[in-house]
Ligand binder design. Structure first.
Ligand code: DAH
Length: 341
């Protein structure tokens, strides 16, 4: 009878002790519990004092149970103490001598830098910055720009078709049509944005790249206005000594059309490998807006004239920063991008 009673008391002590240890809030509380339960004058010892009431045969069972309870309490006490010990030994957990963590700052991509700078210059010259959609119908991308669908530019080989009659714009020129359909002259806009072509990805081509479109329409605008405006832009962007040259060219949406060259910024026109010994670098296609384009957007071609141009900010960034490979602009390599941040 006394054996069962003592073993019952030991089990109750164990349950109560384990609960208390689990609730112990810090190292001092745990030490107090160790003394209360397992100390020399503790509660376990208190129960074991009654071993004397038992016969020699009865004692081992109670003794074994007492050892088991002691062990269980000890294991949990040590486990919980270890949890607090780490914290206590480390001293102050904030090291005020550490240098502050550097904040991540976003940088501006070199192509964006070029776009912003070009738009700033044109803003000073009276142009607004607007955007156009990247997904276009063939109507806007080609037809309204006097480009018949059997024109090589509309070919499946060059154009990403998303659906029948729907494409990723192959140039920013369709934005001209959107602007003219929504605003009456006088119109002066620049339109930077991404364009897409089925080009291979190599050192000088990418299937998606930036373009920047310009358009000015009013009564009495002539090619002389275009030459003066672009000459001013070139001097502001490339430097006061930069010369501009206009070469006859062809685009379906302009007549006459021209390509604009700038004297090579590296050799100043003398001829070098960057300009392929020509002394010039091509920066844009351009021309006087074709009367068919005006008709397609509802402008009276007898009343209005205008000029348009399209340039490649990526190519200009490559020239400006001396980049040998266009892929640098796409790889998001922090070692490269950080230089522009
Ligand atoms: N859209 C032409 C291209 O992607 C560039 C261009 C040429 C734009 C002449 C124009 C322009 O506005 O007048 O190659």
């Amino acid at each position: 009878m006394a054996v069962d009673e003592l073993i019952g008391q030991l089990k109750a002590l164990e349950a109560e002790g384990l609960d208390a240890v689990r609730a112990g809030g810090d190292a001092a509380a745990l030490e107090a519990l160790r003394i209360e339960y397992l100390g020399r004058k503790g509660r376990l010892t208190g129960i074991l004092r009654r071993l004397g009431e038992l016969s020699a045969e009865e004692r081992p069972a109670v003794g074994a149970e007492a050892n088991r309870v002691k062990e269980a309490l000890n294991v949990l006490l040590e486990e919980r103490e270890a949890g607090f010990a780490g914290a206590a030994d480390q001293g102050p957990r904030i090291d005020l001598t550490l240098p502050g963590r550097r904040r991540w700052e976003g940088g501006v991509h070199p192509v964006t830098l070029v776009i912003d700078e070009i738009c700033d210059i044109f803003r000073d010259l009276g142009f607004s910055r607007v955007a156009g959609p990247e997904v276009e119908t063939v109507d806007y991308n080609f037809s309204k720009l006097n480009t018949p669908l059997d024109h090589p530019a509309a070919d499946m080989h060059d154009t990403f078709y998303l659906a029948d009659g729907v494409v990723l714009r192959t140039h920013t020129s369709p934005a001209q049509a959107h602007v003219m359909e929504n605003f009456q002259p006088p119109v002066r806009v620049v339109v930077p944005g991404m364009v897409y072509r089925r080009d291979p990805f190599d050192a000088s081509h990418a299937p998606g790249f930036a373009q920047l479109e310009g358009l000015a329409v009013d009564e009495g605008i002539t090619f002389a206005d275009f030459k003066a405006t672009i000459g001013e832009f070139v001097r502001r962007f490339f430097g006061a000594d930069a010369k501009t040259r206009f070469r006859p060219s062809f685009f379906p949406f302009t007549e006459p059309s021209a390509e604009v060259d700038v004297s090579c910024r590296i050799c100043k026109g003398a001829g070098c490998s960057a300009c392929k010994q020509t002394g010039w670098m091509e920066i844009m296609g351009s021309g006087m807006v074709h009367p068919n384009v005006f008709e397609a957007v509802g402008y009276d071609p007898e009343k209005y004239t205008g000029y348009a141009f399209g340039m490649g900010p990526g190519r200009i960034a490559m020239q400006r920063y001396g980049l040998p490979d266009i892929r640098l602009l796409y790889e998001s390599d922090m070692r490269f991008l950080k230089q522009f941040a």
